[in-house]
Write a protein that binds this ligand. Structure first.
Ligand code: UDP
Length: 239
């Protein structure tokens, strides 16, 4: 399959978990290396790629607050964790000859630029991968919501949500062998059936602004490019 690129600029959402490989914590170099290969391949085809990186392999605010921490402070820990993942991805991409910039919502100028949307767009136009860290900089949000918001602000035409399975199912396919996969979904159905795509805040933002979401299996060979070429992989959520 060698179709033309369906979109020129996309937002790729990577969960923190995907950085850990088979482990639940930390960073697995082999896995992050494969992710970087897949992104580099897409960039070489001329795709403008921005990335929002999660932090579930480090800290999740909600989980820490259940164990007694103040929720907002725990969320800041979560946001800082995402930056560690950003730096890892940056390193693996640069080793593959891809130019990158990390921009964070909480300023830390020794390691990253502050989030500046117009500058991010310029980087993308120059073929650099822009990696957004520290979420939205605000507690009580998720990096999925951040991905939707940043996508809209920098003019990405689609949100590519990489997951462990090859799309959205009506039940967890790893637990239920009869689970059925959707090729296409409408935002309202995702919200009404509470399907595991992204949290409701993120879905609502995409719905209100008509931003398409492709949910696809992240580690599948060449899948970023395949999704952008319109190959029928994963699930498309669109108006
Ligand atoms: N977080 C936040 N505001 C944001 C984005 C993230 O407070 O805008 C915190 C929140 O505590 C979250 C953690 O950072 O649990 C890690 O992000 P997330 O859980 O979205 O990561 P993922 O599930 O994608 O690995």
């Amino acid at each position: 399959f060698d179709g033309p690129l369906r979109w020129k600029r996309v937002m790729l959402k990577l969960s923190g978990e995907s950085f850990a490989g088979g482990d639940s914590l930390g960073i697995d170099p082999v896995t992050v290396g494969k992710l970087a290969d897949s992104i580099a391949e897409a960039v070489r085809e001329g795709l403008q790629v921005s990335v929002v990186v999660g932090g579930g392999n480090m800290f999740r605010g909600a989980a820490l607050s259940e164990r007694g921490m103040d929720r907002a402070r725990a969320d800041y820990m979560g946001m800082l964790g995402t930056v560690i993942n950003c730096l890892a991805l940056q390193d693996f991409l640069e080793k593959r000859g891809v130019e990158t910039r990390v921009q964070t919502a909480i300023t830390m100028q020794q390691v990253a630029e502050p989030f500046l949307p117009r500058r991010a767009i310029r980087h993308l136009e120059k073929g650099r991968v822009v990696i957004f860290g520290a979420g939205l900089g605000s507690p009580f949000f998720s990096t999925d919501t951040c991905a939707a918001q940043r996508a809209l602000e920098i003019g990405a035409e689609a949100l590519l949500k990489g997951t462990k399975v090859d799309g959205v199912y009506d039940a967890d396919p790893r637990k239920n062998p009869d689970a059925v996969r959707f090729d296409r979904l409408e935002y309202s159905e995702v919200l009404a059936r509470d399907l595991a795509v992204m949290d409701a805040t993120a879905i609502s933002l995409c719905k209100d602004n008509g931003l398409p979401i492709v949910v696809f299996e992240l580690m599948g060979e060449g899948n970023i490019l395949r999704a952008v070429r319109g190959e029928k992989i994963g699930t498309l959520v669109s108006p």
